[in-house]
Design a protein around this ligand. Structure first.
Ligand code: SF4
Length: 782
């Protein structure tokens, strides 16, 4: 059954009910450009949707050398044929947009003018060489994405770490998924999703922690909805301060106060322990840290949780009972935890709940520390987030030596020993003048980073040489010294891995426009022009194309948790994606990790020695070795602390988030007419109580201000906690001449970016920005 239903008004499509342990029925979603039918399509080219971390398999329709539509792959393990609104409209239409970058641009007398590749890259290389001579490799910083391909991230990581030797490399995954990685490392010893989407087919209860799955991962939510209307309906628990679609569908909605996630989690853990719902054998044999965990949560009775979090004590008890007494519970975690105070500690408590019950690695018992972006997993595993490729440990000399041998460079060429530089630190170093060359690929920090007035000042610094590589002239590219036009999805070939470790191949369907090149070609070109060499005198990155990069990555992953050695482009050209680890012994990939209770946590194997979750202080190798978990999981936690920082001047808390119709900073989705028409400008959700106090009516323009900046948004009076307001973060500001003009709001130019208002505050462990709790005031604009 192929559906060409309107996914704007019918976001999740028709229900295909199924029961526990049954296979999710197929429903194929398809959208073709106006007036075209399947008979008009010249070719269907295998790909995977790249607009969220779900990773839905699809085929791109091609006609006359252009992308003209898309169809879900009915055989793919992830989506069984479905695509959501972003996948149907936002994946391919924006690539055909007439304002694509088609030539490199260079800044001349203050203006960006068209150039050639040779001239643009010569400028990049000249600046790079000059700064290496004058200041050394740490003058270079790289800020990349969660939307490139595996091969591109690995090339970038080699280029930065072995070619230049700079530690200043991170992805915008720092904003969306750093806490997923951090919590997995703290609990299990390495990044890597324990669970699988298949767990949704088996679970008896689903817990969504700060995860608005209905809007962020629409196809996954379709799967949940289909279970909810089938036999053996699972219980649904939603932890979210907002009354989201997930909350509305839930059996229990814990609408806790922003900033109090850890207090709630302490209460749930305490109750599970107090009621004796733990698997004592598993805890004793497969974990470390139980006593400290029990001590830390001991005071968190349901009544205390109720007082701090503003939820009903009976609901806390009932939630704990569901978790503690249900045989198969699946948990998912996302930005409501990751972008909130004490993010890593709160997310670790979700892992802890599963460990306490020995509930991992069995059907329906998964933890999914979700990703936001489609290829975030690859940013992390390839080391483009600053970590060491292949989940290696920057503080483990043996791991660094392995990389040195793989790349045939001296180990001391590779920055190691110290934690990698995180994104906000890279911008701070640019602010101070330490980083003088900043290369930004496929991301738009002039909209997505917190405290935008400061970010604009940094990007606009005259002594910063800024390179921006993207599909469009984004708000960030407006500041660049050199703009490099990149090929996008469907215009290049490569692999990427979704949030449940399933690897897909995305093939080139059409030629990129004009002179645009794949990000991989651009990185390889830079490496060639810089003449990076190995110890043996060979070119450091002598790959002929993406398949060479994949082969190189397979060697890097060999023997590690994220082992890709059983995969190949040929195998990935089959009916479905395949999860890692995939080896000769496990050719179909391992669907669930840790079913044997064995974790990659030994001193020799672990990716990280861990942190004090309260302070973020990293543990040293000798501290970790003293308590070597030796294959056991770690029950880590810390005390709850929160200062909302609200005051008479700023009495409300702003929380930011997503809408179903847009992705990231709308670079693509604003150029898909149906998506843009559905949500053309940002807004501010406010309770009726606060609206009455302020004197604002639904639809009126408000100024939402913090001590950092101000945005002007139309009020939407909603069912939201009094004292809390919400704004979507996707929208660019309109504060500068020419700024986001292509997407000017219907009211003309005015600041509409939620990040004008947010503050620079990070989780101490994951270094992920706290977007969910900014103290603000709201005033009606007359
Ligand atoms: S759920 Fe995500 S991956 Fe799937 S179609 Fe929608 S945006 Fe694309």
């Amino acid at each position: 059954m192929v559906q060409m239903t309107d996914r704007i008004n019918d976001v999740w499509g028709s229900r295909t009910p199924y029961g526990s342990g049954q296979t999710w029925p197929v429903r194929v979603d398809q959208f073709l450009a106006d007036d075209l039918s399947e008979a008009d399509v010249d070719a269907w080219v295998q790909s995977t949707c790249i607009l969220c971390s779900t990773g839905c398999g699809c085929d791109i329709a091609v006609k006359d050398g252009r992308m003209v539509g898309v169809r879900g792959r009915e055989t793919d393990v992830v989506n069984h044929g479905r695509l959501g609104p972003k996948g149907l409209y936002g994946s391919w239409q924006p690539l055909n947009s007439s304002d694509r970058l088609t030539r490199p641009l260079i800044r001349d007398k203050g203006r960006l003018v068209e150039s050639s590749w040779d001239e643009a890259m010569s400028r990049v290389v000249a600046a790079s060489r000059r700064l290496l001579d004058e200041k050394g490799p740490e003058s270079h910083g790289f800020y990349t994405s969660g939307q490139l391909f595996l091969e591109e991230y690995y090339a970038l990581a080699i280029m930065a770490k072995a070619g230049l030797g700079t530690p200043h490399l991170d992805g915008n995954t720092r904003l969306c998924t750093a806490t997923a990685a951090a919590s997995l490392k703290e609990s299990f010893g390495a990044d890597g999703q324990p669970g699988t989407y298949d767990d949704l087919d088996h679970c008896e209860a689903l817990f969504c922690y700060g995860h608005n799955m209905a809007e962020t991962q629409t196809v996954l939510w379709s799967r949940v909805l289909d279970r909810m209307v089938g036999p053996d309906r699972p219980m649904l628990v939603c932890v979210d301060p907002r009354n989201t679609r997930v909350a509305q569908a839930a059996d229990i909605h814990l609408d806790l106060r922003p900033g109090t996630n850890l207090a709630l989690m302490h209460g749930l853990v305490r109750e599970v322990i107090a009621q004796g719902w733990i698997d004592e054998t598993y805890v004793a044999e497969r974990t470390l840290g139980f006593e400290q965990l029990a001590d830390t949560v001991a005071a968190w009775t349901p009544e205390r949780v109720a007082e701090v979090c503003g939820v009903d004590a009976g609901l806390v008890r009932e939630t704990a009972r569901i978790f503690g007494t249900t045989e198969r519970v699946t948990s998912t975690v996302l930005q409501g935890f990751y972008q909130a105070p004490q993010a890593t500690a709160s997310s670790c408590q979700v892992n802890n709940l599963h460990l306490l019950r020995g509930m991992l690695g069995r059907p329906g018992c998964g933890v999914m520390q979700m990703n936001g972006q489609p290829t975030a997993q690859n940013t992390r595993e390839c080391g483009a987030n600053g970590d060491m490729p292949g989940f290696r440990n920057f503080a483990n000399e043996q791991h660094v030596q392995e990389l040195a041998e793989l790349w045939d460079v001296d180990a001391d060429q590779i920055p190691s020993g110290e934690p990698p530089t995180h994104a906000l630190e890279i911008f701070e170093l640019a602010e101070k003048g330490t980083v003088s060359l900043l290369w930004i690929s496929a991301t738009n920090p002039a909209v997505s980073l917190p405290e935008l007035p400061r970010i604009r000042d940094i990007l606009g610094k005259p002594d910063l040489f800024l390179i921006v590589q993207d599909l469009f002239l984004t708000e960030t590219a407006e500041f660049a010294d050199v703009v490099l036009p990149a090929a996008g999805w469907g215009e290049k070939t490569g692999t990427f891995t979704n949030a449940d470790r399933v690897v897909h191949l995305s093939r080139q369907a059409v030629a990129p426009p004009g002179m645009a090149r794949s990000d991989l070609d651009i990185f390889l070109d830079y490496a060639r022009r810089m003449d990076f060499r190995t110890r043996s005198g060979r070119r450091l990155l002598d790959w002929g194309g993406p398949e060479d990069g994949f082969a190189a990555w397979q060697e890097c992953s060999r023997g590690r948790l994220c082992d890709y050695t059983g995969l190949s482009y040929e195998r990935l050209s089959g009916l479905t994606g395949i999860p890692w680890p995939c080896t000769a012994e496990e050719p179909e990939g391992v669907v669930r990790l840790y079913g044997d209770g064995s974790f990659p946590s030994s001193t020799a194997e672990c990716e990280d020695y861990g942190h004090d979750l309260a302070t973020g202080e990293p543990l040293k190798a000798d501290q970790f070795a003293g308590v070597d978990p030796a294959g056991r999981a770690m029950l880590k936690t810390c005390p709850f602390e929160f200062d909302a920082k609200i005051s008479a001047d700023f009495p409300l808390l702003l929380t930011t988030g997503r809408t179903v119709y847009h992705f990231h900073t709308r670079t693509k989705t604003a150029r898909a007419p149906k998506l843009n028409n559905a949500a053309p400008e940002g807004w501010l959700e406010i309770s009726a109580t606060d609206a009455a106090t302020i004197g604002v009516q639904d639809g009126e323009l408000c100024a939402v201000s913090s001590e950092h900046g101000s945005a002007e948004l139309r009020a939407r009076i909603k069912e939201i906690q009094p004292g809390v307001v919400f704004a979507p973060f996707h929208y660019g500001s309109l504060t500068r001449e020419g700024f986001d003009v292509a997407h000017a709001s219907t009211d003309g130019q005015r600041p509409t970016a939620a990040n004008e208002v947010t503050q620079t505050e990070i989780d101490p462990v994951s270094k992920q920005p706290v977007y969910k709790c900014a103290a603000v005031r709201v005033a009606r604009i007359t």
